[in-house]
Design a binder for this molecule. Structure first.
Ligand code: 2IT
Length: 446
């Protein structure tokens, strides 16, 4: 396999799908060496098959807004790979959603899910519907219209969607209600991220952020460092940023920044329980702005138009969107003394940013390892649903902690360099790839 030849072919077949092509290139560059040591992969054309989704379901979503106007959006489900389990992955509602974005996310999800140690294939779905400025009733009607098209393609042993950007507990509730009505079955395992009284798992809302901090702790410990008393800058203020802020604070770090599309909150005194709770209110308001945080908490300051990366910090945690941290941001962080970056968003850093961090020799770990605690806990929710019982918060948290330590060990095993440092990008990609590739090989040409 030659990465450049394969990429040239993909660019020809899928012109303009920049996020998808970026995600594929990163994985192929990491696995090239080990792949070429396995002629059986080459013979079975594993890579050529793995980079294309099994199928993409696209549909129109039509709904009526509060003023009586008819609105039309695009809906998708990318069922990427089912080599190790039923399709599994979130649903994203955001104005910028398109096929390329969901293909990149489904591709990443395949390797991430393989890292979790649980039997889940990779998928992603979503719509270009923007929740920003929408009423609760509009969000409900949109979710219902979306599920009206999707329901027949999903199921507890087929494809299990969950939340992602713009989709949280509220949206999962509206989608589950409609699914149940259409399927005439109380099939809780069909969606994860459900409410606690109807099949949801304790710790699932916190899991992506908690898992990210458990992974970060392992990474720091492996490098002989600790998170205690360190300053942390977080981008975003949604569900993932909320869980990360909570756990970082609990572990003794000081969260000195959160951010939104409108700017950054500089929070020199760190988080309190009240501030962390307020992040949930900000998200629920559907306004997609972070500025009100500084009005509510006068010991913090809102800086319009700036990113979280303009705040000097020890540890940077991108928790918002793909490519939210670019080469210039990376150089700004390094100049400010940052020595650890853990991607919590999917593909949060551009290739230039990653290269800049790696050249500088700081600790860097990719989203598919760092944020895998979210989908891992979805897997634990599926297990509880299948058993018709629910575990205590302690039990779920313990399992999540164990899974994150296993993911860290896999990264170390496959990413250890001759000088003893860990290339976490390589480690995560190779570990995920080997598991999926082996399963595909054993299941024949399908
Ligand atoms: O990116 C992700 O891993 C998620 N949005 C969570 C997916 C899931 O199925 O819980």
């Amino acid at each position: 396999m030659k990465v450049n030849n394969l990429m040239a072919e993909l660019e020809r077949k899928h012109p303009g799908e920049s996020e998808y092509l970026q995600a594929v290139r990163e994985v192929l560059e990491s696995i090239e060496e080990i792949y070429n040591d396995h002629p059986e992969f080459e013979r079975a054309k594993i890579v050529e098959r793995m980079v294309e989704p099994d199928r993409i379901i696209t549909f129109r979503v039509t709904w009526v807004d509060d003023s009586g106007q008819i609105q039309t959006n695009l809906g998708y489900r990318v069922q990427f790979n089912s080599a190790i389990g039923p399709y599994k992955g979130g649903i994203r509602f955001h104005a910028a959603v398109n096929q390329s974005m969901l293909k990149f996310l489904g591709f990443e999800q395949t390797f991430k899910n393989a890292l979790t140690t649980l039997p889940m294939g990779g998928a992603k779905g979503g719509s270009d519907f923007s929740p920003k400025g929408k009423s609760d009733a509009e969000i409900m009607r949109f979710c219902q219209a979306f599920m009206l098209e999707l329901w027949n393609n999903i199921g507890p042993d087929t494809d299990v969607p969950a939340g992602d950007v713009g989709v949280g507990g509220r949206e999962i509730g509206y989608m589950y209600g409609m699914y149940k009505k259409l399927a005439r079955e109380y099939n809780t395992g069909v969606l994860t991220g459900k409410g606690l009284t109807w099949g949801g798992s304790l710790i699932r809302p916190e899991a992506t952020g908690f898992g990210a901090l458990y992974f970060t702790e392992h990474m720091l410990r492996h490098a002989g460092k600790s998170i205690k008393d360190k300053t942390v800058a977080i981008s975003g203020f949604g569900n993932v940023a909320w869980g990360a802020a909570q756990k970082a604070t609990e572990l003794g770090a000081k969260v000195i920044a959160i951010s939104g599309p409108d700017g950054v909150i500089y929070n020199p005194n760190g988080m309190t329980a009240e501030k962390i709770d307020y992040m949930l209110e900000l998200r629920a308001s559907n306004r997609d702005i972070v500025a009100p945080f500084a009005e509510r908490f006068p010991d913090s300051e809102f800086i319009a138009g700036k990113k979280a990366w303009s705040i000097k910090c020890d540890i940077a945690l991108p928790c918002a969107f793909q490519n939210e941290l670019n080469g210039d941001d990376a150089r700004e962080l390094l100049a400010g003394g940052t020595w650890c970056v853990a991607e919590v968003s999917n593909m949060g850093c551009t290739p230039e940013a990653i290269e800049t961090f790696q050249k500088a020799g700081i600790l860097f770990a990719p989203g598919k390892a760092v944020n895998a605690g979210g989908v891992a806990t979805s897997g634990l929710e599926m297990t509880q649903n299948a058993q018709h019982l629910s575990w205590s918060a302690e039990e779920v948290d313990k399992k999540l902690h164990y899974i994150m330590s296993q993911i860290h060990s896999s990264c170390v095993r496959f990413g250890e360099q001759p000088d003893g440092t860990i290339n976490y990008v390589k480690g995560a990609n190779v570990a995920g790839f080997m598991k999926v590739a082996q399963a595909m090989l054993e299941q024949g040409v399908i």
